[in-house]
Design a protein around this ligand. Sequence first.
Ligand SMILES: [Zn+2]
Length: 476
Amino acid sequence: MEERINHDARTDIFPKKSRPLPQVRQRGRLRSSLSWLHARRGFLFLTALLLSGVIAFSALYYPTYVVAINGMEIGKVEQKATFDAAVAQTEDTISQILGKPYHLAADPSYQYIYTYGNEYTSSSAMEQHLLGTVDEIEQLYALRVDGKLLGAAEDMDSLVALLHQITAQYQGENTRSVHFVEPVSIQEEYVAKTTEQDLTKILQILQTETGSDRNHTVQAEDTLASIAEQCGVTVDQILDLNPGLTNENLQSYQMITIEEKTPFLSVYVEKTATYSKEIPFETETVNDATLYKGERNVKTVGVNGVKQIKEDQTLKNDRIISRTVAEETVVQAPVTEVIAVGTKERPKTAATGSFAWPTSGNITSKFGYRRIFGSTSFHSGIDIANKCGTAIKAADGGTVTFTGYKGTYGNLIIINHGNGKQTYYAHCSQILVSNGAKVAQGQPIARMGATGRATGNHLHFEIRIGGKSVNPLSYL
Ligand SMILES: [Zn+2]
């Protein structure tokens, strides 16, 4: 630039130096005017030269303070205040790093010079220089979770490996993705020298569980809102931990999660799970005219089927927080249970399948072993005592298969109820039905007496199933 200006001036000062003869021939007349012209031009030139020189100087050289601390140059500034501001900013930064107020023991020396060109140092560059002078901090790779500094290392890779160590625990054959719930960052920055640098300890911090496991047993009058209030949490927190829970599907005595331990660094895992599930069989009824009304008969036994479910799951740490069935395959189809339901009108004399009390009175002797007449004997029925002539009724519908006197039984009636069931009515004073008659449940068949081996008026009543006497009290 300076060169260009000089060149211009030179052309100005010797503009006609190379001109030919005519100038020489008119020398005498022109001399005075030329010299005047030369003088004026020279003055103009000098003025222009001085002006342009000042302009050139101020355009090229800048007033500058070179700031140094302990002989180390920190930067070049136009004003000392710029450096003071950088110091204040750096002190703020260090205070934040150390978590306590910090003052730079900066005793700057200044040198005032004019520098060629604009070479002022940026505030951030000075801050970096200043940070480098502080012993309590160092530049490392800092691991932050959700903005919180957890540890630092001299290289980035060892911290990355640490994070992989955590996600690796959740990796499996069916894992689709593993990522952190909280934002995690690793970046080079100044940190306090006391920052944890032991990788094992940093891993421990990351995996430390916080909070506690807390459950609530649902009471009849509970709602999501009332549970939240009782437990001091929000409804959203409950829904977070118990996906799909609503006021409608809340069940008494159901255990719900209120609080759960979570590692410092939580992990979302997306995976595909495959599992088998039972398919419950359906039940179908068909009318059957061969069965009496009220009778049921299983014609085909129901069998549960099996299906294989492929499900997309999202887990937070180890807890499933959402699931979507992606595929369902029936491995084994269920077998529908078929039940025949009787439609035939039941005759009154048909057995109902259950026994009614055959008479009224006091039970004077129960079923089983008893001592009688000084020796132990087996009592094959129960004795019900009442006045002579008290009505004795059929315990269930059936066919009379015996009437008449039979040894110690005295007057005896036997009724066959089908299905191997028989009832015995003994010691009767009078028999009201004949052999072969069909009788209905509750129909009078005899009167109470003391025939056969009896010490007083009573009914000896037996129930036999498959020919074997059973305790009537278990069937009445
Ligand atoms: Zn008896």
